[in-house]
Design a protein around this ligand. Sequence first.
Ligand code: MN
Length: 360
Amino acid sequence: MTTDRRKFLQSSLALPVVSGPALAAAETKPATPSAPVRRRIAVEETFATLEFLDAYAKLLDPKDFMTMEKINPLQRKLVEQGPIRLADMDAAGVDMQIMSLYTDTGQLPSNIATGIMQRANDILAQAIHANPTRFGGLIVLMPQNIDDAVKEIARGAKELKLNGTIINSTTHDEYLDDPKYIPIFEALVEHDLTLYLHPADPPKQMIGALRIPGYHTAWGFGVDAGTHAVRIMASGLFDRFPNLRLALGHMGESLPFWIDRMDDHYPAEIGRQNASRLKKKPSEYMRENIYVTTSGMNWWPQLRMTLDVMGADHVLFALDYPFEDDVADTRRVDAMPMPEETKEKFFHRNAERIFKIAPV
Ligand code: MN
């Protein structure tokens, strides 16, 4: 990592701040109050281990270290999976959090990644064991060591009984469409686990263009994660693994907005480049293999459009705890004029299906 990049990360990225009031002018007011929702499952809710925060601090500055005494209030929420988190969930009306490890895990050196990955998944499983009706979790994968990640998928599914998997975008600046990662996708399909592709700091080939102060986490992370998803779609992985499920946060990292234009341009562009054509249109992969969550973007104009283009079976509720105002966001979503059946799918039924959570 360059010194320049380190400085930028330390100043702007170390931890995002809780957002202020979101754009409200264009919100549609419901004509009638909605019926109460039976269950709210939030599916992109973050935790951290002290060991990971310490390793990440050392990545930015080799002399740095992290202890419980040094962590800031937001980091304290990340490393806690007990009463503070449960009280925050109760305040927002969240029945269950699906937790996943905070982030930039793909930058860790290969020689320490596997141990940090395994211990983070152990801590996650313990937190779920202590509160099985309130917590679920995604197996964090660190593909720095592909064989270890493949083994961790099996261990996470069989022994830890976790609900899915998560990879935080690029690994040492590489995207998952590199054929060397195919064993990971084989294992995901074998164990019938959803892969949540979460944003992280963009890779070195993108970081220069996306290092925009004030826009780095909202735009830069989204552009990188959306690009990553398009690369997976374009690589033919969904033709090879038709049952593969890919979840994207942040309202699909902008893909639903581009769906029609991607369909329009794909055939002609593939023809001009004499490239091999995939079996399906971009929109078909999106509606069949991709699931979109609302983490950090619970705004009705976008959600309405995303429900329209993705279908009600492919859009899920998420808050991005602890980086947003969960109480305000949940209230906003509660007030949105969704049909009753759509709302039940959005808040819990889709999560129960793709993350294997027992219905209540
Ligand atoms: Mn997140």
